[in-house]
Design a protein around this ligand. Sequence first.
Ligand code: DC
Length: 232
Amino acid sequence: MDKIITIDGPAGAGKSTVSRIVAKELDFLYLDTGAMYRAVALQAKMQDLDFSDGDGLKEMCGRLDLRFVSDGDVPRIFNGEEDISLVIRSPEMDMLASRVSAVKEVREAMTGFQRRIGAKRGLVAEGRDMGTVVFPDADKKFFVTASVEVRAERRYQERAYRGEPILKEEVLAELKKRDEQDSNRSIAPLHPASDALILDTSFLSIDEVVKAILISTRGYLEDGENAESPQF
Ligand code: DC
């Protein structure tokens, strides 16, 4: 198995941007597992499936044909021929993905899928349970977090930039609800792995977080493999 770096943390902590850059720098594959749960939520909604119907959701997951395409800065996700990258990013999908991700059958299906991808090549896997459940033997584990107020402010700015009519208080309330759901579910709840390096990004720039992760990872890869000196 190739090297695996896990980056977990709550919504809005900056994981996606950081994980993408780190993957690019290391020439590893970037795996956005949140997008997978969002794709499940979208398909379940389209099929009008009840979230308490574990068997129905399991069957649906088995028929998903998810593909990541990274030919630009932001990777896109397809289900079959359909580009679902944008439609899965709505506030509605934020909440539905969080709910559907608590279903045992869905988690089992996605965990299997994620491990198969991880068996292929070097990977930066981003999500909630990458270091705790999916890749417990990962080479390096990070938990990227920030205060809920800072995360809400970042989310609000992103949405305001896209021209979405949204109130800051709504964004904050949604994030708190999602934190609560993701952290308190019985299967694979959000929490740092005991061997993860915790990075509070409340007062750090993206560059600073990326640098911290790269220094730590390259140090590890070097020691383990006698690699060349890192270039910073
Ligand atoms: O990272 P994100 O906001 O795109 O994730 C959407 C939801 O998916 C999140 O609220 C919880 C769920 N999720 C999960 O349960 N496990 C993961 N590894 C990734 C995401």
